[in-house]
Design a protein around this ligand. Structure first.
Ligand SMILES: CC(=O)N[C@H](C=O)[C@@H](O)[C@H](O)[C@H](O)COP(=O)(O)O
Length: 229
């Protein structure tokens, strides 16, 4: 699929993030594949997924474009979303359409620059998504050759706003200042969050926990019940 065809498929649509790590109740490649199938039935245009095992299982039942990432901790960096070229190679090998990686202004830990990582993906016919946390990082990601920018990491770096709601301002600022496709991602929970974010005309939207993490959904209802006691 060409870059244009791929972008056309995800433009204006909902991307569902289907992720459950080892410490989460739904950690299972089978369950993530069913989550992805449910997302497809509901009208999702693409799936964002973590790890080779989950991605393989998802690809068996869902033919939507896959944005792949590998969350992995290393001792010498705060980066954990596809932090090194090793994870990028694993994702290319499993056959994802887009690789999402940390493109924040934090230490690179493998001696390979973001430009080189993007080039490796392009040489293999895969698009590069920059997971960023500030406007400046988005602007730099564009210069470094990324294809798509996502607001994934706002609230998860020490220097970005630590807020409970989505970073609406970042989505607005990016759509005004950066010409690349801007994906709104992170803490989109209420339908009204989504309506508000769509006013800024993002290229597409990623929703994860509010759809695929039932422990989070349950906790929101429990909070309301407790606050009414
Ligand atoms: C910060 C981080 O590690 N985000 C991860 C990135 O892949 C996922 O755990 C999130 O579910 C995804 O970004 C979607 O966001 P939300 O689940 O808030 O809708």
């Amino acid at each position: 699929m060409s870059k244009e065809e791929l972008l056309k498929k995800i433009k204006g649509g909902l991307i569902v993030s289907c992720q459950a790590q080892e410490n989460e109740p739904l950690h299972s490649d089978f369950i993530m594949s069913r989550m992805a199938l449910a997302a497809k039935v509901g009208g999702a245009v693409a799936i964002r997924a973590n790890g080779v095992k989950d991605i393989k299982a998802i690809k068996e039942v869902v033919d939507l474009p896959i944005i792949g990432l590998i969350k992995r901790d290393y001792p010498n960096t705060e980066r954990y979303i596809t932090p090194t070229l090793k994870e990028i190679k694993e994702l290319v090998e499993v056959g994802v359409d887009i690789v999402a990686m940390d493109a924040t202004d934090r230490d690179q830990n493998d001696g390979v620059s973001l430009e080189e990582k993007v080039k490796f993906l392009h040489d293999n016919g895969v698009l590069a998504m920059a997971d960023i946390s500030t406007l400046e990082e988005g602007i730099i990601a564009q210069v470094k050759g990324f294809d798509i920018i996502s607001t994934t990491l706002s609230g998860y770096t020490s220097y970005s706003p630590q807020i409970k709601e989505p970073d609406f301002k970042l989505v607005e600022d990016l759509t005004k200042s950066v010409s690349l496709p801007i994906v709104a991602e992170g803490r989109i929970t209420e339908l009204n969050d989504l309506k508000k974010i769509l006013k800024f005309n993002p290229f597409s939207v990623v929703i994860g926990g509010a759809i695929t993490r039932p422990q989070q959904i349950t906790a929101r209802y429990v909070e309301i019940i407790n606050s009414c006691k």
